[in-house]
Design a protein around this ligand. Structure first.
Ligand SMILES: C[S@@+](CC[C@H](N)C(=O)[O-])C[C@H]1O[C@@H](n2cnc3c(N)ncnc32)[C@H](O)[C@@H]1O
Ligand code: SF4
Length: 476
């Protein structure tokens, strides 16, 4: 592990964390979406079927040879971490779960490729999970061989993977790099022993450090580390030490996620000790202190929860207005259609969200019958597309340029969003934004509560929250 100073030291945006009072924290802490999509997945429904997906794929094919984004979900993990909210199938390593899974995934690739005879170029490709490095080296090659029988990577394509350092070997990293993977993200969460114990994920620092170093040696770029704040047993001191240790590893990027505590959705989270969860004032203090340390170390704050070195592509995308938010978090501008492969995978094709079956049985049954394995989806209206654009601008650029929105969507901003603007004005009066004739600008304080600002433009939120069942994690 290197303790050398970070390579780049220019923090172009805010240089210090904003001041925030406990009253403000209490005031803005409420359930709310993280807006990795708009409308959120809560609105997806089974009226959108495989036939609808087929129609969207036909439209996508009619666009000719435009490059695609492709996401592939590998759901397996050797063990389930107690905090985890991802779509995961826990199965000890060495069990033969991957054999039938890959056979079905191959079938899905064939079915989709048959509907996209003209769309075979791929500009962005990502494996997520679960833990994609649950696959053996031979399986990694087999999946890529099959994919590349139908699709081809563009020169300079972004080919990315999420790995769990605890199960990822140097041989796997080598194979991935040899096959063209060039971006990597490591799950870390927290380096403190008491926190790791509480979340059921013991990951010694040297394991993380070795993976970062090997990835860098092999030439991966955009090396990212995921951390989470708000986990059991975290204290200001322990989390500061985690952040400092991660800074010493010099990743290109960090994602520091707010812990999404959704025990009504995720049974594994019910096993967490809730009496040692940090309260909301501590939680906000954790991210503010982390932010201060990262800015001082030369990282830039990107969007709601990411940090990147100034020469990293995320920083460059922010400057160039190409930063986007999707199901994987912040990303550089994507190709216009994103195909999702694998159980529970979500794609976005020609103005529709499409989600595959979340259970293996449903996924396998459809593919065995030769059907696209669609469980649900959502066809966006023109109003959805407009609001998604405004919410993207808030979440990515911390600013909404009214003229741009008016030009793109042929609306008068002030008239169309009269009631939304009144809500934003109220938050602006509290210091979260500045509302001018040309733009809405999020203030440094508002950056912390940007979900609350985005919620003003969400026309489904009130209905989604009206039911007895909780839907979203809290904004703090
Ligand atoms: C698919 S996992 C990363 C790869 C690999 N499985 C691992 O854990 O190392 C994606 C990331 O989601 C984040 N995550 C999972 N559950 C979360 C939760 N409840 N709240 C916030 N972030 C969460 C974690 O930071 C995790 O690294
Ligand atoms: S955090 Fe990663 S390793 Fe842990 S259960 Fe979730 S997906 Fe699996």
């Amino acid at each position: 592990m290197s303790a050398a100073a970070p390579r780049v030291t220019v923090p172009p945006r805010a240089t210090a964390a904003p001041r925030v009072t406990p009253e403000q924290v209490a005031h803005y802490d409420r359930p709310g979406p993280r807006y990795t999509s708009y409308p959120t997945a809560v609105e997806f429904n089974d009226r959108f079927t495989a036939a609808d997906y087929e129609a969207r794929l036909a439209q996508a094919d009619a666009r000719g040879d435009a490059p695609l984004s492709v996401y592939t979900h590998i759901p397996f993990c050797a063990e389930r971490c107690l905090f985890c909210a991802c779509h995961v199938i826990a199965s000890p390593l060495g069990t033969r779960v991957t054999e039938p899974y890959l056979a079905h995934l191959f079938r899905e690739i064939e079915l989709v490729a048959a509907r996209l005879p003209r769309r075979r170029r791929v500009a962005q490709y990502q494996w997520g999970g679960g833990t994609p490095t649950y696959l053996s080296v031979a399986e990694i090659h087999a999946l890529l061989d099959h994919f590349e029988r139908f699709f081809r990577f563009e020169p300079g394509a972004e080919i990315a993977i999420e790995v769990d350092p605890r199960v990822t070997t140097a041989a796997q990293l080598r194979a991935l790099r040899d096959r063209g993977f060039n971006r990597i993200s490591l799950g870390v969460q927290d380096l403190d022993a008491a926190v790791q114990e509480a979340i059921g994920r013991v990951q010694p620092v040297p394991v993380t450090a070795a993976t970062v170093q090997e990835a860098r040696r092999l030439g991966f770029r955009g090396i990212n580390v995921d951390l989470i704040y708000g986990l059991p047993n975290q204290t200001l001191e322990s989390f500061a030490a985690t952040v400092d240790s991660v800074i010493a590893l010099e990743p290109d990027r960090l994602a520091i996620y707010s812990f999404a505590f959704v025990p009504w959705l995720k049974g594994n989270q019910r096993k967490l000790a809730t009496d040692v969860l940090p309260d909301r004032d501590t939680k906000i203090a954790l991210i503010l202190a982390a932010r201060e340390r990262l800015l001082a170390a030369g990282y830039r704050a990107i969007g709601m929860d990411h940090f990147a070195k100034p020469d990293d592509e995320l920083s460059l995308a922010l400057d160039g207005g190409r930063l986007r938010r999707n199901f994987m978090g912040y990303t550089v501008q994507e190709a216009p259609d994103m195909i999702g492969f694998g159980v529970s995978a979500i794609g976005q094709v020609q103005g529709a969200y499409v989600q595959n079956h979340k259970k293996l049985t449903g996924y396998y049954d459809d593919l065995d019958a030769g059907r696209l394995p669609v469980e649900r989806g959502y066809a966006m209206s023109a109003d959805d597309v407009l609001r998604a654009d405004v919410i993207q601008a808030l979440m990515c650029d911390f600013a909404v340029d009214r003229a741009t929105i008016e030009r793109r969507h042929n609306v008068d901003f002030a008239t169309y969003f009269a009631s939304e603007l009144a809500q934003v004005q109220a938050l602006a009066a509290e210091g979260l934004a500045e509302v001018g004739p040309d733009a809405i600008r999020v203030t440094p304080l508002g950056e912390l509560f940007v979900r609350n600002l985005a919620m003003c433009f969400d026309r489904y939120l009130a209905a989604a929250q009206a039911g007895a069942k909780p839907r979203f994690s809290r904004t703090i």
